[in-house]
Design a protein around this ligand. Structure first.
Ligand code: FMN
Length: 225
């Protein structure tokens, strides 16, 4: 597949078929992504590739914890000033519209949120982690670790697309990182950056008909000569 075609084909999948992905395919995707660049070639990333009964256990634990306050290892800003606020709202509204869920239908929205905690039905999830020793070296926060994880995340998602698989880069799977560390037997130093649920797209689910928009080139880029 042409690279631009692959970039355009990738989109966030919010409903997966339950069909399992062979471990060999998951390995090819993550191994292939490892050529991503990183600051000083530090390669701050580590991966937990989780499927099967272990993932079912995590999904259930997230549902059980879902009334608790999320506790992201890498916090996200709650304030979205304009124009970023409108872009966020457009995604949420766009997905709910495809699902036929009214804004004020609290029950349906809660059910949709719970489906998110079930990783939208994905049979596997690639969790991207960094180590707190590096992330908080010098008593600060090395944000370039997160940037580097973003670079490799896109490699993973593009390779998955080439394998005919859908993905979604998401914070929802890491909202309760202590639950993940406990289920995976990981120490507190392993910080959860994001999860990439992965699987075959359920193209019958209307949520997957949604496509996010992009600002045009002319609005975000300018040539200087
Ligand atoms: C860091 C990050 C976190 C995200 N977290 C979520 C999430 O928790 N739930 C969700 O539905 N989408 C999540 N997304 C997906 C974005 O909404 C999506 O990438 C954006 O709307 C663009 O759409 P596209 O991926 O289909 O091109 C996340 C994306 C990124 C990069």
């Amino acid at each position: 597949m042409d690279l631009l075609d692959t970039i355009n084909k990738r989109h966030s999948v919010r409903a997966f078929k339950p069909d399992p992905i062979p471990q060999d395919t998951l390995k090819k995707i993550v191994e292939g992504a490892l050529r991503a660049p990183s600051a000083s070639n530090s390669q701050p990333w580590e991966f937990a590739i989780v499927s099967g009964a272990r993932l079912d256990e995590i999904k259930q634990a997230f549902i059980d914890n879902s009334t608790k306050m999320p506790n992201l290892d890498v916090p996200i800003s709650l304030q979205y000033p304009e124009p970023w606020k409108s872009r966020r709202q457009a995604v949420m509204a766009g997905v709910l519209e495809k699902l036929g869920v009214a804004r004020d239908d609290k029950q349906k929205r809660m059910e949709w949120q719970q489906f998110g905690f079930r990783l939208w039905g994905a049979p596997s999830c690639i969790y991207i982690m960094i180590d707190s020793e590096f992330h908080h070296a010098d008593n600060g926060t090395n944000i370039w670790n997160i940037f580097d994880c973003g670079l490799i995340a896109q490699n993973i998602m593009l390779l998955a697309t080439e394998h005919g698989l859908g993905t979604i880069p998401a914070l929802m799977p890491v909202l309760y990182p202590d639950v993940l560390r406990s289920a995976l037997g990981l120490p507190p130093s392993k910080l959860m950056v994001m999860g990439i649920p992965i699987g075959y797209e359920d193209d019958k689910n209307p949520a997957n008909k949604f496509r996010s928009s992009r600002e045009p080139f002319e609005k975000v880029a300018r040539f200087y000569t």
